[in-house]
Design a protein around this ligand. Structure first.
Ligand code: ACO
Length: 367
């Protein structure tokens, strides 16, 4: 039972991960369809329908999300030297924790806006640059890039980030979403649930993986060095970042989505083709060495492998990649927290006691 492998811990109408077929369904629509036809704001509307009364008419949330970005920007002033000395994910967590801990739509929108606004702001402040205020009328992904770089992004780059945010928006009961649901089940507010979720996300076995993926690509350097480098890493007992998944036994469909997005970016001149070729060669070699390393356990490419290359191409520093993941997943965290409050019960499982039995001698010692 270790790791709750195979345990169903919640009913959800939000997303379904089919690990055998390699399919992700969000509110009845496949990831491929969503990526092709929906912006992040539309996926948010889809996820939040029936969970907030104001969302039931399925009106678009674009404008409200723009205002939420502007409201969150007021917290950037709290990013003092202590906050900026932290890794970006911890700086964003501290600033996110300043938001009011309520359960309404306004709080939900601010929580989704927060990583999108705070991430560029802490990156710029740590570099000694002025933070750029949001443009409430801009599209969410485009505005995030504008706040990072200080100019309107190239449409291909904005589209690429939008596709990434959609790909990351929701994914069943992963560790961070489960954390959000546990916190929400106690009737703590949405902010508490999202702070906890972000803490669960940052570990390298979950949303902390893409930074180390880039370190790995840099260390390998050229396609020909991939196989010996990867074999040596496995021989040292290391895990290859960007590979393996608890649910998928085949390739993660989000890896296909992001690889396709990278190809689009390369075609538009926004990515060095050699960088993509290196990643593809490393992927090929990794799948080969992993299949020999663990013949009984299919270890395939997950979302994080190509995410690393995409976020690098969009100009995010690797230490902030987890914050960009949070900017996408925040929509799903809010939806799950709301679903838990509206339709779930307090989550309170049992543990099996494996410590020493009680004895009169031990009881005497305790006194
Ligand atoms: N490289 C090398 N070996 C691996 C890898 C990997 N990437 N993944 C799993 N294994 C091995 C483990 O060492 C373990 O071997 P053992 O039985 O000899 O101890 C075996 O495969 C099973 O591993 P578990 O940790 O039990 O499998 P689980 O399904 O819980 O792991 C996880 C999933 C944590 C994602 C794992 O594959 C991993 O650590 N991958 C690398 C980190 C990563 O890419 N994280 C991002 C995940 S995607 C996301 O969160 C959005």
């Amino acid at each position: 039972m270790s790791g709750l492998d195979g345990v169903i811990a919640a009913d959800t109408a939000l997303s379904d991960v089919d690990g055998e077929a390699g399919r992700l369904i969000i509110r009845g629509r496949s990831l491929d369809e969503l990526i092709a036809h929906c912006h992040y704001e539309q996926v948010l509307t889809l996820l939040w329908a029936t969970l907030f009364p104001e969302c039931d008419g399925a009106s678009r949330l674009d404008e409200a999300l723009g205002h939420a970005r502007a409201a969150v920007f007021e917290h950037v002033g709290a990013a003092d030297a202590h906050v900026l000395a932290l890794p970006p994910v911890d700086a964003v967590r501290l600033l996110l924790g300043r938001l009011e801990d309520e359960n309404d739509l306004q709080t939900a929108l601010r929580l989704v806006a927060a990583p999108a606004v705070l991430t560029p702001a802490v990156i710029r402040l740590a570099r000694g640059l002025r933070p750029i205020p949001p443009d409430p009328t801009a599209a969410h992904a485009a505005d995030m890039l504008r706040m990072l770089h200080g100019h309107t992004p190239d449409p291909a780059q904005a589209a690429a980030l939008d596709r990434y945010l959609v790909s990351a928006s929701d994914h069943g009961l992963n560790a961070s979403t489960f954390t959000a649901r546990v916190i929400a089940s106690t009737r703590a507010g949405l902010t508490a649930a999202l702070v906890g979720a972000l803490c669960a996300l940052k570990g390298p076995l979950h949303g902390g993986a893409p930074g180390p993926v880039l370190d790995m690509l840099d260390a390998i350097g050229v396609p020909g060095a991939a196989k010996p480098w990867l074999e040596a890493a496995l021989a040292r007992g290391e895990r290859l970042m960007g590979f393996g998944h608890r649910i998928y036994r085949v390739r993660d469909p989000r890896a296909d989505a992001i690889q396709g997005t990278l190809q689009m970016l390369a075609n538009a001149g926004g990515l060095q083709p050699a960088r993509l070729q290196l990643a593809e060669a490393v992927e090929h070699a990794a799948l080969e060495v992993l299949s020999r390393h663990k013949p009984d356990r299919p270890l395939q490419t997950n979302l994080e492998f190509y995410t690393a290359l995409l976020l690098e191409a969009l100009g995010f520093p690797r230490e902030a990649f987890t914050c960009v993941f949070a900017a996408g997943r925040a929509g799903g965290w809010v939806a799950h927290a709301r679903e838990q409050v509206l339709r779930g019960r307090l989550i309170r499982p049992l543990s099996r006691y494996v410590g020493p039995p009680s004895s009169p001698a031990a009881d005497r010692l305790a006194v």
